[in-house]
Design a protein around this ligand. Structure first.
Ligand code: ADP
Ligand code: MG
Length: 282
């Protein structure tokens, strides 16, 4: 009898593997023992198994989406100090985290000085979108422009644009730190035009609109870019002084408390975060 049972378990595992149900394979015996102990009927047992399989699939898919979004670091809305940035409406950001703007193909523009939390908010919202089954990709603008120019030189631009077109949300971080070349500006404009009303864009910039000319190089391109970007767009201004600067000042005022806080922070901080403001060319 025992031998027969173990034989059918082996066969069951084989069938489940062929059907590509890894979680059910891993959990079926454990859940069967629990079901027997709790007097659970067959259909409820099957329900528990299929639920476990679906949950694990969704978890893995979310993990894959997060990985392919290539966020430079992980930031959350919980760790954003809204009291320190009163120009940013907490309710509005919470609403954006529900991602309806993506369904409506709306754009989000974060405008403000360096260190005011634009990238933090963009990353946190991008991560929220990954968790909600949207396909997201994060680029620093300079990185995307480099990719575009390389792809054009290698005649693989169509492939790259095809991959971008499949996204639900494209995050373009730091528009304006380094002026793009004429070719770079045109390729970037092309990405923004293609995304128009198809893919949501989330852009962070330290530039007021008047200065976009300097980045994009021509009034024609700037006008056309702004026209598309701001058509269906929410603009969030992160007014005020740099959070890092504020933090550093607080440390100087209260060195002991700040030192303890600092040691907590370094574990979650990306290694080059402190250089970001300093590397700006503007
Ligand atoms: P920006 O993109 O506007 O230059 P960042 O988002 O990179 O600024 O912020 C700089 C650093 O300060 C990051 O480590 C970020 O997590 C932190 N930071 C900025 N604003 C806040 C805030 N309001 N609450 C918590 N951390 C913040
Ligand atoms: Mg930034």
């Amino acid at each position: 009898m025992k031998q027969l049972e173990s034989k059918s378990v082996v066969l069951l595992h084989h069938h489940l593997k062929a059907l590509r149900l890894p979680t059910i394979t891993a959990e079926c015996e454990k859940i069967a023992r629990r079901a027997a102990a709790d007097n659970v009927d067959h259909l409820s047992y099957l329900l528990q198994l299929t639920e476990a399989e679906l949950l694990e699939r969704e978890r893995k898919a979310a993990e894959r989406r997060l990985k392919s979004a290539r966020l430079p670091t992980l930031k959350s809305l919980e760790s954003f100090d809204f009291a320190a940035r009163p120009s940013v409406n907490k309710m509005m950001i919470a609403e954006l985290a529900r991602c309806e703007f993506i369904d409506k193909r709306e754009n989000i523009l974060f405008v403000g000085n360096p260190g005011t939390g634009k990238t933090h908010l963009a990353i946190a919202l991008a991560a929220a979108a990954c968790a909600k089954s949207y396909h997201v990709r994060f680029f620093r603008v300079t990185e995307l422009v480099t990719h575009l120019i390389e792809a054009r030189d290698e005649r693989s631009l169509l492939g790259l644009k095809g991959r971008l077109a499949k996204l639900d949300l494209l995050v373009l971080d730091e528009l304006g730190y380094v002026p793009a070349s004429k070719v770079g500006a045109e390729l970037l404009f092309d990405v923004i035009s293609t995304a128009y009303e198809r893919t949501s864009l989330m852009i962070t910039t330290n530039l007021p609109f008047e200065s976009w000319n300097e980045v994009l190089g021509s009034e024609r391109l700037t006008g056309a870019t702004l026209d598309r970007l701001t058509h269906r767009c929410q603009i969030i201004e992160t007014k005020g002084e740099s959070y890092r600067l504020r933090d550093a000042k607080a440390r100087i005022r209260t060195p002991h408390a700040a030192a303890a806080k600092g040691s907590e922070e370094t574990s979650t901080e990306e290694p080059d975060a402190g250089l970001e403001g300093g590397s700006a060319t503007r």
